[in-house]
Design a protein around this ligand. Sequence first.
Ligand SMILES: Cc1cc2nc3c(=O)[nH]c(=O)nc-3n(C[C@H](O)[C@H](O)[C@H](O)COP(=O)(O)OP(=O)(O)OC[C@H]3O[C@@H](n4cnc5c(N)ncnc54)[C@H](O)[C@@H]3O)c2cc1C
Ligand SMILES: *[C@@H]1O[C@H](CO)[C@@H](O)[C@H](O)[C@H]1NC(C)=O
Ligand SMILES: *[C@@H]1O[C@H](CO)[C@@H](O)[C@H](O)[C@H]1NC(C)=O
Ligand SMILES: *[C@@H]1O[C@H](CO)[C@@H](O)[C@H](O)[C@H]1NC(C)=O
Ligand SMILES: *[C@@H]1O[C@H](CO)[C@@H](O)[C@H](O)[C@H]1NC(C)=O
Ligand SMILES: *[C@@H]1O[C@H](CO)[C@@H](O)[C@H](O)[C@H]1NC(C)=O
Length: 345
Amino acid sequence: MGFLHSSAMFPVFLIFLFSFSWPITSSANSHEDFLRCLSSSLSSNDSSSISRLVYTQRSSNYTSVLESTIHNSRFITPTSHRPSVIVTPLHVSHVQATIRCSKKHGLQLRTRSGGHDFEGVSYVSEWEAPFVIVDLANLRSIDVDVENEVSWVQSGAIMGELYYAIAQKSRTLAFPGALCHGVAFGGFISSGGYGLLFRKYGLAADNVVDAEFLDVKGRILSRKSMGEDLFWAIRGGGGGSFGITLSWKVKLIRVPEMVTVFSTSRTLEQNATGLLHRWQYITNQFPDGMFPSITLTTTNTTVDDRNRTVVATFNTVYLGGANELVPLMQNVFPELESPPKIATK
Ligand SMILES: Cc1cc2nc3c(=O)[nH]c(=O)nc-3n(C[C@H](O)[C@H](O)[C@H](O)COP(=O)(O)OP(=O)(O)OC[C@H]3O[C@@H](n4cnc5c(N)ncnc54)[C@H](O)[C@@H]3O)c2cc1C
Ligand SMILES: *[C@@H]1O[C@H](CO)[C@@H](O)[C@H](O)[C@H]1NC(C)=O
Ligand SMILES: *[C@@H]1O[C@H](CO)[C@@H](O)[C@H](O)[C@H]1NC(C)=O
Ligand SMILES: *[C@@H]1O[C@H](CO)[C@@H](O)[C@H](O)[C@H]1NC(C)=O
Ligand SMILES: *[C@@H]1O[C@H](CO)[C@@H](O)[C@H](O)[C@H]1NC(C)=O
Ligand SMILES: *[C@@H]1O[C@H](CO)[C@@H](O)[C@H](O)[C@H]1NC(C)=O
């Protein structure tokens, strides 16, 4: 899925260059001008807390803030082109000021939510041009409305935080989010977003009903004021392409109180190859409420290379009880014999 998105994003990337490439000034002082613009745009309250909002390369916490959500160490080498300034907004007005001031003073802008981008585009720039990161890590509030089965989620929130917030209030509501709990909403929904409930409920983006979005002029738009075309585009068209989405209103889905997971492994010697081959012909018979996956790893590579083998691990999440899942598996895939390790929670 991720790769499909990358190729689909290519035309979108051109739009990104068009909309977000302000004129590049060669002035070494552009970031000083930017900082002055920013501090004059902030209210007096914010100015007093500017050290918590704005980090330049001279700030003692610059490196820790920059690296806080860098997940790919390939992009933090000594020669990496680093941002001139990192802004960590606490309020929408801070994001607006960052957009306006970076545009005015010719600084490129990168938006970062959870920093999980595979290519690091939320925090690196291949160009020599000076750039600013607007890091939404502090904008991570979540408001779960159980009665209406919706939730507003700010872009800096990560999956695990929404799952937790929902679980605090309901055992039968869920959101079809990512497999990985650390992915943040900003980039995730911008790129579609798939996870364990994908077969039954579609992409995360399919379950978004409204958004709070800032365009290149720093205007705040809702679904209604941005129109259906842009609302469609920001849900899968690629992060950083159209503007900055501050928060998303998502539909929650109903799940049974009990779900079942199993995980069972086979080595090459235990016929992993045959089972994996067969698996591809039967998974389409599984009900939509079932999410089967396989991970392949090598094992015993360190003891003696002759002991090296491949392990296929068959993982499944099922929206229902083991009393339904076990007979289903026995019927459809008896070859995965010997009762798998079943855990019901
Ligand atoms: C370990 C790992 C596990 C993953 N698991 C899954 C998975 O299970 N399912 C899945 O679908 N994907 C998965 N992904 C891919 C992930 O969803 C995408 O990389 C996603 O873009 C990351 O979002 P982020 O906010 O964490 O990343 P970031 O690096 O912060 O942002 C990614 C992109 O979106 C832009 N962006 C960020 N925030 C905003 C915003 N608020 N408004 C506009 N643009 C923004 C950035 O500029 C960048 O272009 C995984 C990635 C990793 C590294
Ligand atoms: C500034 O902070 C004070 C105290 O927290 C608060 O009462 C006031 O409303 C704030 N003013 C603005 C403009 O945010
Ligand atoms: C810098 O980071 C330390 C440790 O995380 C923190 O205690 C301190 O408040 C930070 N200082 C600034 C100016 O952000
Ligand atoms: C391996 O699994 C396949 C698919 O289930 C099966 O057809 C084949 O007989 C198995 N081979 C052995 C040696 O068990
Ligand atoms: C790996 O080697 C250990 C002994 O070092 C053995 O007990 C184990 O079964 C091996 N694992 C696999 C998956 O072959
Ligand atoms: C590892 O491989 C060697 C050579 O094939 C074999 O003699 C030994 O018993 C193996 N060890 C294990 C733990 O399987």
